[in-house]
Design a protein around this ligand. Structure first.
Ligand code: D41
Length: 697
């Protein structure tokens, strides 16, 4: 297509402006557009990009520059023109040239068989009928109008006769060609399809919205509809929309093939995106086999579908069948069992997980959702419970998708009992009675019971015995459950008081396994401080932090005695982790578990050392702690740290009264303020370099 012929809207004289644009520039613009269109098609329609994104961006930029230089070169179909201005008068009504018909539904196999039989009888055909079977996308039905291969209008279905003009928004969908590819399209072509939002894009978008405190969408369908209803196309352009087309119509029907499946193929050749799962099947049996096949892979598809549409493939047969009221006789939508159902909340309970996270769970009046009985639904965390405002007695919509835990989508507020009360977060753990705390700014509430809380105990024990902790081979997850359920083990110390006789009593436990476990327990008694610390399962104390703590203090008693401020001297321990460690050792329950592990005859031991904190290193900066903040010109953070350590000094992550110097670069953070408050000496970069060089010599 020659783009220079495409100018229709400019009021200036075409002859003059064409003369102003040198032929090579026009040619370059045409070439760039063809190239970009090809890559748009590869990327957005075929999902198979052939060039890196950066290369694509370069092509687009080149075209933009060219169009800036020669504004008359710009055409509405140029790939640079997807995002335009908002329509001044909102969404104008559009009368469809041919009504957008609706689909009849079939809810089970018998209805599909009856549909097929009706068609055969009506047509008086003995042979089985060929159908085009296509996934039924759960999105928004849209009509695209192409004139001379150019997209001139996009409209919603509306009531089927009149929809809304959403051209400005549909143009932003990259898989919708502004200009058809190839050749042979009818002069005026109407294409119909479904605009949808792929699940991954939907989830990412909702996550961002939730993080920004904005409204989230209940499902991809609502998100797609909401995105198309934006006045500002810039907003729509940032929404991950996509479109599959499923049909075409034109005044000159002879310009299109005679089979629906061939029309889909033709649309695909013209650069439109057709659902790749569409397939031609024979008779009712073929339809049902296809339906079962798709049911199996449904959850793996990147988009939501709510059923399968079967269409008589032969257009001349479609014609003979005609339609009833607003629905054709030649197609039917076979719906999947609903993924959402209404039910009533019996209770809201709180479950305690491994790290003490207290999670609200709704106990529901059992209801069948998509073939599975559901009686519990997660509410994720307390914020979510509050946002959805789920109360006991509420009628709610529950959704079950794939294997994920069913969740509550929303509450039907108008069915709420008059005396209902909002659910409160329990102040004490429902399992062990310890305080439940919910730090400001955190969504998760936690039981502070630690190793004492029986709900956390099993999981904590599993962590305690795990390979990177005390490494007690043979004590698997099932065994720990049994040991806790039988009451044989209540805390880690109990593990070391187990006898072979205790173990033999357990299910599926032979002599040999029991011997092996006893040996593994014995072996684990000789450990290291760092493994032991890690095994305690203190929140945010992973292997690396455990190692730092062990190396810095060298002894468990010194760690227990350390103040929050002291703990921040440990490399890589900031205020939050320091507070966690301190809180852990302050809990009476944890103290008694530790006392048990150390005092009674568990026999656990590890070598202790004086610890780096107490050994004055060698070198001119020995005993001095530095804190780095802001950006230095001459060194990276790591280089600065290496230099300090080479001279015997230490680098800490946070400022305390024990900090010798704060080294301050550009754009310092909150550490500078804290240093000022604590009257810690501050060195700028020049001062720091001077210190390094004078101490060095
Ligand atoms: O995927 C869909 N949602 C879908 C919708 C589809 N694959 N095919 C469809 N075919 C039609 C006819 C046969 C009437 C052209 C449809 C729809 N209609 C449709 N979508 C919304 C209303 C009607």
């Amino acid at each position: 297509m020659n783009d220079s012929c495409a100018r229709r809207s400019s009021s200036s004289s075409i002859t003059i402006s064409l003369m102003e644009i040198p032929q090579p520039a026009r040619q370059l613009a045409a070439d760039l557009r063809a190239e970009i269109r090809k890559h748009d098609y590869q990327y957005h329609v075929l999902d198979a990009p052939v060039i890196p994104d950066a290369e694509y961006d370069r092509l687009l930029l080149q075209l933009k520059e060219l169009e800036k230089q020669y504004p008359d070169l710009v055409t509405p179909e140029s790939p640079t023109q997807r995002v335009g201005a908002a329509p001044e008068s909102g969404f104008k009504p559009v009368r469809h040239e041919r009504p957008m018909l609706s689909l009849e539904n079939a809810f089970d196999e018998d209805e599909v068989i009856a549909f097929d039989r009706r068609i055969s009888e009506r047509l008086g055909l003995e042979d089985s009928i060929s159908y085009s079977a296509e996934p039924k996308l759960d999105g928004v039905a849209i009509s695209l109008l192409y004139e001379g291969g150019r997209l001139i209008r996009a409209a919603t279905r509306g009531d089927g006769s009149t929809g809304e003009d959403v051209t400005h928004n549909v143009r932003t969908i990259k898989s919708v060609p502004l200009q058809l590819a190839g050749s042979g399209w009818p002069e005026r072509l109407e294409v119909r399809g479904e605009v949808y939002m792929p699940r991954a894009g939907f989830e990412a978008m909702n996550k961002r919205a939730a993080a920004a405190g904005e409204k989230t969408f209940a499902n991809p369908r609502n998100a797609a509809a909401g995105s198309l209803r934006q006045l500002d196309p810039q907003v729509t352009a940032n929404r991950p929309l996509d479109m599959f087309v499923y049909g075409a119509a034109t005044a000159m029907a002879e310009q299109l093939p005679g089979l629906h499946s061939e029309i889909l193929e033709r649309l695909s050749q013209w650069g439109l995106k057709v659902c790749p799962q569409s397939s031609v099947v024979e008779g009712a049996a073929g339809c049902l086999a296809y339906f079962r096949e798709l049911s199996v892979i449904r959850d793996e598809l990147p988009y939501d579908i709510d059923g399968i549409v079967y269409k008589v493939n032969d257009l001349s047969l479609q014609e003979r069948l005609g339609r009833v009221a607003r629905a054709p006789r030649w197609d039917i939508a076979h719906k999947f069992p609903a993924q959402e159902q209404l039910t009533v909340v019996r209770a809201v309970e709180f479950q305690v997980g491994r790290t003490g996270a207290v999670t609200p769970v709704a106990r529901l009046e059992p209801v069948e959702v998509g073939g599975v009985t559901v009686s519990n639904a997660t509410l994720h965390n307390f914020d979510e419970l509050r946002r959805k405002d789920v109360r006991v007695g509420d009628t709610v919509i529950v959704r079950r998708a794939g294997d994920v835990i069913p969740e509550i989508v929303s509450v039907l507020k108008d069915r709420r009992p008059a005396d209902s009360q909002p659910v409160e977060l329990p102040g004490h753990c429902p399992v062990c009675g310890s305080d439940v705390i919910r730090p400001e700014g955190e969504a998760v509430a936690r039981c502070t019971g630690g190793l004492y809380c029986s709900a956390q105990r099993k999981e904590s024990l599993k962590h305690f015995v795990s390979r990177r902790a005390l490494d007690i081979a043979g004590l698997g997850s099932k065994l720990i459950d049994q040991l806790v359920d039988t009451g044989l083990v209540k805390s880690p110390g109990d593990l070391y008081r187990l006898t072979k006789e205790d173990l033999i009593e357990l299910e599926r436990m032979g002599q040999k396994s029991a011997d092996n476990i006893m040996a593994a327990l014995d072996k684990s008694r000789e450990t290291t401080l760092e493994r032991f610390l890690y095994a305690l399962g203190i929140r945010d104390v992973g292997e690396a932090t455990a190692k730092s703590l062990a190396r810095y203090y060298g002894s468990l008693d010194r760690i227990i005695a350390a103040s929050e401020e002291d703990l921040q001297e440990v490399p890589d321990v900031g205020p939050i982790v320091a507070a966690r460690i301190h809180a852990f050792f302050s809990q009476p329950h944890n103290q008694s578990v530790l006392k048990d592990l150390r005092d009674s005859n568990t026999g656990i031991q590890w070598p202790e050392t004086a610890g780096e904190a107490n050994t004055s290193g060698e070198g001119p900066l020995a005993g001095m702690t530095f804190v780095l903040t802001g950006k230095l010109d001459a060194f990276s953070r790591t280089e600065a740290k290496d230099k300090i350590e080479a001279l015997g000094g230490r680098v800490s992550g946070s400022v305390s009264s024990r900090t010798a110097f704060l080294v301050q670069g550009h754009d310092p953070g909150s550490k500078a303020k804290k240093a000022q408050k604590l009257k810690v000496d501050v060195l700028d970069e020049a001062g720091f370099i001077r210190l390094l060089t004078t101490k060095h010599s």
